[in-house]
Design a protein around this ligand. Sequence first.
Ligand SMILES: O=C(CO)[C@H](O)[C@H](O)COP(=O)(O)O
Length: 344
Amino acid sequence: MATDTPMQLGMIGLGRMGANLVRRLTRDGHHCVVYDVNESAVRELEGEGAVAAHSLGDLVAKLERPRAVWLMLPAAVVQSTLDQLTDLLDPDDAVIDGGNSYYRDDITRAAQLAPHRLHYLDCGTSGGVWGLERGYCLMIGGEQEPVTRLDPIFRTIAPGRGSAEPTPSRRTDGTAPEGYLHCGPSGAGHFVKMVHNGVEYGMMAAIAEGLSIIEHADAGLRKRSADAETTPLREPEAYQYEIDVGEVAEVWRRGSVVGSWLVDLTADALARSPKLEEFTGRVSDSGEGRWTARAAIDEGVPAAVITTALTDRFASRGLGEFADRVLSAMRSEFGGHAEKRSGR
Ligand SMILES: O=C(CO)[C@H](O)[C@H](O)COP(=O)(O)O
């Protein structure tokens, strides 16, 4: 259903997220002016009804005042883009940073724009490559006035009330049931998104570890377990199960306490590739988990699951190898224990 309040938005950055945000807005009757350094991304969206811009200045010139400009850019280029926009925009225009910027940078950037009477909103945007159809969960920070002004944009991008059952005990209204929330002043949106991503690390790690324990539940069947060289399996009869983890992920999707979108995605990945052999298991991190851990330390709040999930990712990339060598060296020094060349 088309929006009652069509608005105009400039989108800078037409990667998967930026392009799909434009598509979702256009479908709902909003008007988008689009720019990216990659001309073919601009042309593709032009073919789908957006107005093409060929530079930041061109984008600004094609927007009516007060303008709304959404940045969907890698964190590394947000500042330079904002610096250029600051000279191009007029008082009362608003810039929305929808990427994964560090919330502390938002505080600085809002202060940088304030003397120019430009508004700056930080908008944590979660939904990934599925957001076009499912909608994006939005966590917004900044002043109330531009948040209110841009409400029709946020409402269109968000998943909407139908995306989840109503919360039985909830008695208040507000926008959270629509899938977007004004979390507080500058930085609050990206702060909440940062912690969301920290939670994502912990949930992902727990699902992965659980399925790995099930995958290895056949340890007692192996004649000579790989572990036998270091720690013999004391009760092989207790580990006699050859369980298909893909089937487990599938059954967990249905009515279980841990059923979730992450389990849905895991079940789909395992259905395509039961041993996931196309992955090496080197897990990257883009910074949000580190920032969440830092916030927990600053606040003095225990966050054992999130921080462990973060350092597990470092270990997956071999960054724990030196510590492991130090451990082996100490065992050798105090007990003459030799490293085994095979086994786990
Ligand atoms: O914002 C996201 C999902 O909500 C990103 O896709 C996710 O945070 C990727 O981060 P990382 O590379 O650290 O796993």
